[in-house]
Ligand binder design. Structure first.
Ligand SMILES: Cc1cc2nc3c(=O)[nH]c(=O)nc-3n(C[C@H](O)[C@H](O)[C@H](O)COP(=O)(O)O)c2cc1C
Length: 198
């Protein structure tokens, strides 16, 4: 029997989404080159994210305007998407429940900021893949999230776990079901069977 799902929970029907950690940073840098407290690199957990173009490469994610990361994104115009594995579940949950307005999430989670290839915003060393982006545009349709479109400048992944697609027999990706509940891929890989044309 199919029962009605409360519309407040409709999005859960579309999960799991790949858990990601998105890094941002402000532009308020002191004379000594040090980041002032309010512009330090920050990390936010983002699950509502997807590609929207391959040529040119671009992605989109949904973010609430009140997030501290949104303020930093608008200041700086750059961000990195860092792909997470199951072992990072607690760090992802921390970054997804605390605001960088009140804490240093790199310090609190023990995650390590690492220099990105092209953007000033750091990537996260412990993640297995990174997508460096610049903000292409923001779509605000008066909903409770806005859509941020990112131009993909660079993408790189640990070759032990990725070759054109994730090697799911070797890696447990962290997939978000909702709230504090996660799942992961089973250690298998299978192909679709093409229908034979008659
Ligand atoms: C797994 C997970 C995924 C999340 N996905 C999103 C998302 O796609 N968009 C969003 O606006 N918030 C999302 N959140 C909530 C933010 O990560 C959370 O509000 C965070 O504390 C904001 O941090 P900030 O204020 O430092 O930017 C998610 C939370 C979790 C735990």
């Amino acid at each position: 029997m199919k029962e009605d799902v409360n519309l407040i929970n409709f999005s859960s029907l579309l999960h799991p989404f790949q858990g990601t950690l998105l890094t941002t940073m402000g532009t308020d840098i002191g004379k000594d080159g040090e980041h002032k407290e309010a512009s330090k690199p920050n990390i936010i957990a983002i699950a509502w994210i997807m590609p929207v173009s391959t040529t040119p490469p671009a992605l989109v994610f949904a973010i609430r305007k009140e997030r501290y990361s949104y303020k930093l994104l608008k200041e700086n115009g750059e961000f990195a998407v860092n792909i997470v594995t199951r072992n990072l579940k607690d760090a992802v949950f921390y970054c997804g429940t605390k605001s960088g307005k009140n804490c240093d999430k790199f310090k609190e989670t023990g995650l390590t900021p690492e220099k990105a290839k092209f953007i000033k915003v750091p990537i996260i060393k412990e993640c297995i893949a990174h997508i460096e982006c610049s903000v292409r545009g923001i779509i605000d349709e008066g909903l409770d999230h806005v859509l941020v479109i990112g131009n993909v400048i660079s993408a790189y992944a640990d070759s032990e776990y990725f070759d054109k697609h994730w090697k799911t027999k070797k890696i447990n990706l962290l997939l978000h079901l909702g709230g504090d509940v996660f799942t992961t891929n089973e250690n298998s890989e299978f192909k679709a069977t093409p229908k034979s044309s008659s």
